[in-house]
Design a protein. Structure first.
Length: 210
């Protein structure tokens, strides 16, 4: 009798466990809906498509991040290499962003380079809000003649001075107008290019206007 009881008990447990496993299995392999369908989807899938480059892009005059209330004038700077481009001199670093005028104009095909300071002596500077930028936000460049070029951020990284040159050597994707915006903090290092801490924002052209 005891042996028969144990047999019945084990058979019941085995049958119940099989049903439970089948239920869990169906739940896992069923179709994903709602928010679950977006799990693991690359952020780029939700970014807008790239706009065609401006063949006659005017020179930049101001850079803005409307979502953060950031706005600063742009001044042309020259450098023998993009990696050695320094922020504007200390007298203007607090309020001005530099543009590598020997390279690409923002909006034209290629990767344009803007650099400024996020702080000067512990005080907020022109690009103080740049470390808060996130992918999907808009960076607007106001150009000569009142035209504008809107760029959508697709990457934000922190780059030490020794690695900045390599990152800036990475060109734009073929056929695209892109922007590299650097917020430099601390003392500028002319040997490696950049400061001890550099926030590098990469963006691509998604719209133009007046």
């Amino acid at each position: 009798m005891a042996g028969l009881a144990w047999t019945v008990l084990l058979l019941g447990v085995w049958t119940w466990g099989g049903d439970l496993a089948d239920g869990v299995g169906h739940a896992l392999v069923g179709p994903a809906t709602g928010d679950m369908a977006a799990v693991g989807r690359p952020a780029q899938d939700r970014l807008p498509p790239a706009a065609p480059p401006q063949p006659d892009a005017p020179a930049p005059r101001r850079v803005e991040v409307p979502g953060l209330g950031m706005s600063a004038p742009v001044t042309a700077l020259a450098s023998d290499a993009p990696s050695r481009l320094a922020p504007p001199p200390d007298g203007r670093a607090a309020t001005t962003v530099g543009w590598d005028a020997t390279g690409v104009r923002p909006g034209a095909q290629g990767a344009a380079l803007l650099m400024g300071r996020s702080d000067t002596g512990g005080r907020p500077a022109a690009l103080h809000a740049l470390p808060s930028v996130r992918p999907g936000q808009t960076v607007r460049v106001v150009q000569d003649g009142g035209r504008t070029a809107d760029f959508t951020v697709d990457a934000v990284t922190t780059v030490p001075a020794a690695r900045l040159a390599g990152r800036l050597a990475e060109g734009a994707r073929p056929g695209r107008a892109e922007l590299r915006l650097i917020a430099c903090a601390g003392t500028f290092d002319p040997v490696h290019g950049g400061c001890a801490t550099n926030v590098l924002v990469s963006a691509y052209l998604t719209g133009t206007g007046a």
